[in-house]
Design a binder for this molecule. Structure first.
Ligand SMILES: Cc1ncc(C[n+]2csc(CCOP(=O)(O)OP(=O)(O)O)c2C)c(N)n1
Ligand SMILES: [Mg+2]
Length: 439
């Protein structure tokens, strides 16, 4: 059987003298064990390069501290949109190396996609874990759907549709991304709406200074925290992602603020990139900063912190040995797991729909013909009456006019400004956010 996740029992709290943050001793142990597992995963993938590189993969080496700090502090009602470098985030949420490897090797029991999408492209709805909606490999494309999920929580709160857990600890959406993807247009659309509606979302930007082989100087005029200043109301902070304790306490503070205040936040995290961009390229071909990045490795920093806080060298060696053994056993187990069968091509394609035939009469004999725009307006009104989860937003549909062709006329008056409202001219957001809302 694959091994179980690594969880330590709660012990006493320890003080980090540098930033005065308080981290549970059990948290230090758990995060070190997970960080050792993430490192062992990178090492075993590299040692089996030919076998695992049939499908391209990236690992979190260098980014682990911030990813664990986020993954370990989320609740099941939260939504997460990770990107392809987030394997430590997934370990922090409770996924096992074995499960991630099933996707790496495109196996039948890959819990995210049944072997369809490649490594670290998760989608998951487990009751005990934060939820991960499916997303694409195109960088930055998760930002609008993620903001749509936050808009979904905003809407449910306005309408009193939140569940018991969501009332007790209001959910947070985490949108994780690399520094280069922040330059994409969709990101600015998402930031704009997040501020306008005060959405409960954390934009987590992992800044390793690289965009494959293009570097920050070539690709951007500002880092993500500086860029956020163009969106007054989007609070931002910049931290050192090599320091686990700093990451842990900042993330704790931000998540608590978002849960309480319902507002967006951007956390810009400076991280080294210690592994290849992906298995498709070799870092040595174009990187001139490998030595400088290796000095910022979060692993030895966390290791030292444990030594300063009551763990012995032999404790740490034991944790490392166990992590390496877990990863090696999981790798072998995953390698032996079943591949998808030909008939699996037809599983999980579309959810079955209850609507299979048209009902009603298109041209009832006793009714007057109506212009198309009125038909659309009445249809929307019917839907909104029947479904409290139905809303209408876009350019110019709000109360003041209700559309140049009056296609939304009277709807805001009837249903309220929280159900019918204007947005900026941002078609990508208007369409893409509905995907996140419905997730
Ligand atoms: C829309 C889009 N354009 C280009 C690519 C190819 N691509 C994949 S990763 C990447 C670099 C992204 O860099 P960054 O967002 O900083 O993340 P990092 O890999 O550095 O963590 C590029 C250009 C892509 N996947 N999607
Ligand atoms: Mg980058």
């Amino acid at each position: 059987m694959p091994t179980t996740p690594i969880v330590a029992p709660a012990k006493k709290k320890v003080q980090n003298p540098e930033n005065q943050s308080v981290v549970e001793k059990s948290t230090l142990e758990k995060s070190f064990r997970l960080m050792a597992a993430a490192k062992a995963m990178t090492d075993i993938y590299e040692a089996n390069f030919k076998f695992v590189s049939k499908y391209v993969h990236a690992t979190s080496r260098g980014h682990e501290a911030i990813q664990l700090a986020v993954g370990m502090q989320l609740l099941p009602q939260d939504y997460v949109y990770p990107y392809y470098r987030d394997d430590s985030l997934l370990l922090g949420m409770g996924l096992r190396p074995y499960e991630l490897m099933l996707q790496l090797m495109a196996k039948r029991d890959d819990p995210f996609s049944g072997g369809r999408s490649y490594y670290c492209h998760p989608s998951l709805r487990r009751p005990e874990m934060p939820k991960i909606p499916h997303q694409s490999s195109a960088t930055g494309m998760q930002v609008i759907p993620a903001t749509g999920s936050a808009l979904g929580f905003w809407y449910k709160e306005q309408m009193g549709l939140s569940s018991r857990e969501e009332v007790d600890a209001p959910p947070v959406v985490v949108c994780s991304m690399g520094d280069a993807s922040v330059t994409e247009g969709e990101v600015s659309e998402a930031f704009q709406m997040a501020v306008l509606k005060k959405l409960p979302i954390l934009y987590l930007v992992q800044d390793n200074g690289w965009d494959i082989s293009a570097n920050a100087k070539e690709t951007r005029v500002a880092n993500a925290a500086e860029y956020a200043r163009g969106f007054p109301g989007l609070e931002a902070a910049s931290i050192d992602g090599s320091d686990f304790a700093a990451c842990w306490s900042k993330v704790k503070e931000i998540i608590a603020t978002i849960r309480r205040k319902r507002c967006p936040f951007l956390l810009h995290v400076r991280v080294p990139l210690l592994n290849h961009h992906t298995s498709g390229v070799r870092k040595e071909w174009y990187r001139d900063d490998l030595e400088e990045h290796s000095k910022r490795d979060p692993y030895p920093i966390l290791r030292n912190m444990l030594l300063e806080n009551g763990f012995t060298e032999s404790d740490l060696q034991q944790f490392e040995k166990e992590a390496i053994a877990t990863v090696a056993a999981d790798f072998e187990q995953a390698r032996k797991a079943e591949d998808p069968r030909p008939e699996d091509l037809y599983t999980h394609d579309f959810a079955p729909t209850p609507v299979t035939a048209e009902t009603g009469e298109r041209s009832p004999a006793d009714r007057e013909a109506k212009v198309m725009v009125d038909c659309a307006l009445f249809a929307i009104e019917e839907l909104m009456k029947k479904h409290p989860e139905c809303l209408l937003y876009g350019q110019d549909v709000g109360r003041r006019l209700g559309g140049v062709f009056r296609e939304a006329a009277t709807l805001a008056e009837k249903f309220g400004d929280h159900r019918v409202f204007n947005t900026p001219i941002q078609e990508a957001f208007i369409v893409g956010s509905t995907v996140g809302m419905s997730a």
